[in-house]
Design a protein around this ligand. Sequence first.
Ligand code: MN9
Length: 301
Amino acid sequence: MADKLQGLIAATYTPLHADGTVNVSLIPQVVERLLSQNIRGLYVCGSTGEGMSLSSEERRGVTQAYVEATAGRVPVIVQVGHNSIAEACALATHACKVGADIISATCPSYFKVTTETGLIDCMQQIAAAAPQRPFYYYHIPMLTGSQLDMVTFLRRGAERMPNLAGLKYTSSTLHEFQECLQLDDGRFDVVWGLDEMLLGALATGTCAAIGSTYNIAAPLYAKLWQAFDRGDLTTARRLQADSIRFIRTLNGYPFHSAMKAVLQMQGLPMGDCRLPQGKLSQDDVNTLQQQLSDIGFFDEV
Ligand code: MN9
């Protein structure tokens, strides 16, 4: 079994030009900034990177650019989920070929996956398309609509997927997260995916967390993690409260469009989001900047 993921992992954004095409030329700068902030891995083409809003050709281009820019310094995890399983398999094979370290996938979501066996049937094909790489199922029921039992999935899935390594777990059910972490003496790598509940996940025993807001506030979360490690829960709670507060502000807008606007404020011209998320008006960008400044966001990160 491969090493488990560690620490803060950024769910990366996909930079776009003003005309909406992908701006791969910015990716090296994105990667250097994240690595300089001690980010320990990159999760590419997930919800944050708008994988589902990109063509497969664009996803291959973004994958290759992130792998090349990272040059083996931290693990690159590529999200290949698609409503067409065949397309997901082709993306997995490509990611493996260009040197991605780990493959991950959501389940199909137009036609819902309603049983754990059905989920294993789908994931088995994708995992088998990159058999030399660890595979992590991306559990995000709020977006896929598939609220299935992850303990059953891991237990039974491992019998059919030799490379099933774990989960990216984006759901607030901490008790199930804990069960998954502890299953079979901690055999699976179960990675936390809700930034606003990082402290709860640390208390539960997580070793790694993948999230969008680590792109804009890695130093805050690093301090939170360090405070937790030294047992200073008062500081850890204060920092988590700050994260909850700025995430609440961002949720007043289309979330990822607002996140890209913040990255722009921090000096990275990431462009807008694709529809259906879209872009913030200039008025909204100004209001957002003022709101974040009022809560001290820019002083803290
Ligand atoms: O999976 C991200 N989820 C989505 C990771 O983007 C749907 C999270 O990092 C959230 O963006 C974050 C803020 O709610 O927790």
